[in-house]
Design a binder for this molecule. Structure first.
Ligand SMILES: Cc1cc2nc3c(=O)[nH]c(=O)nc-3n(C[C@H](O)[C@H](O)[C@H](O)COP(=O)(O)OP(=O)(O)OC[C@H]3O[C@@H](n4cnc5c(N)ncnc54)[C@H](O)[C@@H]3O)c2cc1C
Length: 377
């Protein structure tokens, strides 16, 4: 039986063909922000993919977000990460944000992102050291955020701080990006994901209204674990699958179409090359199957859902580095230059292992979960 394409993927196809795919190489070369892609995704309703129908969104959830990010990542991982962070932030705003911002996101008029990582607590994003203090009837934020995708480009930041007064590890805030006292302190110039604009952002005496709090004071950790973590794990894994699939497809095409003239053979006639292409395909398909199983686990409330959610990003991140490394090997020196297109995927793939929760942190959490130990503390 033929599976039908979900309508959101049909909408996405056109945006990819017309805007995202044609811009990918240039975005990688120049580090330009994928503004045209965001505008077109917004017009197509896809920035409101996980927004509720009651505010004008498409009413989808983890599966759709994962598949959309995966599909975009096949063509442009920078755009995929920007969209991933938008959905991760939008999920929090959907649950706790004001209706007008939810409507703006659903209508494609507002882009958001996560501002969680800090130079103080680094990849341990669940424990911000930045502060929120009462300043009359407003709240004052001071922070050194170390990485914010779409910094200076998003309309809002889903922002973490220590709690205002409550117990707990953190409190979340919705901070308009134009608020006085916010500063993007350096341009992004990274190895891969070159157009994602992941810059440090500082807050010095940033004043926001009290009702900018997302959830309750001290509830940030719970929101991160229950909303941000599943969305981010799924989408990051989806991004890796898209990158792996693209690298595998391009590598296979290169080795099948590249000849040793003196032998009358292609690279694909070499058993070692074929075996490595097979390893790339198997690894990509294995991870994709794990991600789809994790989606089933979450959607059906299976007992192992949380374990699967933890597993997918670790599995996908590590697999993506392996698969793209194999692509570089089988395509030879031709891949070292840009003509095969695999080296962009190789560079883009490196980020997932060090984006929080990093692979090593996930190994620690998964090991604790499997051994029956508490994840934190
Ligand atoms: C392209 C990109 C985009 C990003 N976008 C965002 C964003 O939009 N919003 C945001 O908030 N953050 C973002 N980040 C930040 C990201 O989530 C991490 O916080 C950041 O990559 C961590 O880098 P670091 O140098 O602080 O790592 P460090 O914390 O210094 O880590 C160094 C090493 O220590 C290991 N380590 C740390 N803690 C543990 C642990 N508990 N157990 C085992 N090992 C551990 C790490 O795995 C790593 O190998 C982005 C990062 C990248 C690369």
């Amino acid at each position: 039986m033929m599976a039908t394409t979900p309508p959101y993927l049909a909408l996405l196809d056109r945006v990819i063909d017309e805007v995202i795919a044609p811009a990918a190489v240039e975005i990688d070369r120049t580090g330009a922000f994928p503004r045209a892609a965001l505008d077109t995704l917004g017009q197509a309703g896809l920035l409101g993919l996980i927004s509720a129908k009651e505010v004008g969104g498409l009413g989808e959830a983890h599966r759709a977000a994962t598949l959309v990010v995966e599909e975009i990542a096949r063509h442009c991982a920078s755009t995929a990460l920007v969209v991933c962070m938008h959905y991760a932030g939008a999920a929090v705003i959907e649950a706790y944000g004001p209706r007008e911002v939810r409507e703006a996101i659903a209508a494609g008029r507002s882009v958001t992102t996560l501002a969680l990582s800090e130079s103080g607590s680094r990849s341990q994003f669940w424990a911000p050291v930045s502060t929120a203090t009462a300043a009359g009837d407003r709240i004052r934020l001071d922070a050194t955020k170390s990485w914010v995708t779409s910094a200076g480009q998003a309309d809002t930041y889903v922002w973490s701080s220590r709690p205002l007064a409550a117990d707990g590890l953190s409190t979340l805030w919705l901070v308009p990006a134009q608020t006085g006292g916010l500063r993007v302190t350096a341009p992004f110039d990274g190895l891969g994901l070159r157009g994602n604009y992941s810059s440090p952002v500082t807050a010095e005496g940033v004043l926001i209204p009290r009702d900018a709090m997302l959830g309750a004071d001290g509830q940030g950790f719970d929101i991160m674990m229950s909303i941000v973590l599943p969305y981010f794990q799924f989408m990051s894994a989806g991004c890796c699958v898209g990158v792996m699939d693209a690298a595998t497809t391009k590598s296979a095409a290169h080795v099948a179409g590249t000849s040793f003239e003196h032998l009358g053979q292609t690279l694909a006639d070499l058993p070692t090359v074929r075996a490595n292409i097979a390893r790339m395909r198997i690894t990509t398909d294995t991870v994709r199957a794990l991600v789809l199983d994790a989606l089933d686990a979450v959607e059906s409330g299976r007992d192992d859902a949380m374990l699967r959610v933890l597993e997918i990003k670790a599995a996908a991140g590590e697999a993506a580095t392996t698969v793209t490394d194999l692509g570089m090997r089988v395509c030879g020196g031709a891949a070292y230059r840009k003509e095969v297109g695999v080296e962009r995927h190789f560079r883009d793939a490196r980020a997932a292992t060090v984006m929080a929760p990093t692979t090593d942190a996930l190994y620690d959490f998964i090991g604790k979960a499997v051994c029956g130990l508490p994840l934190f503390g």
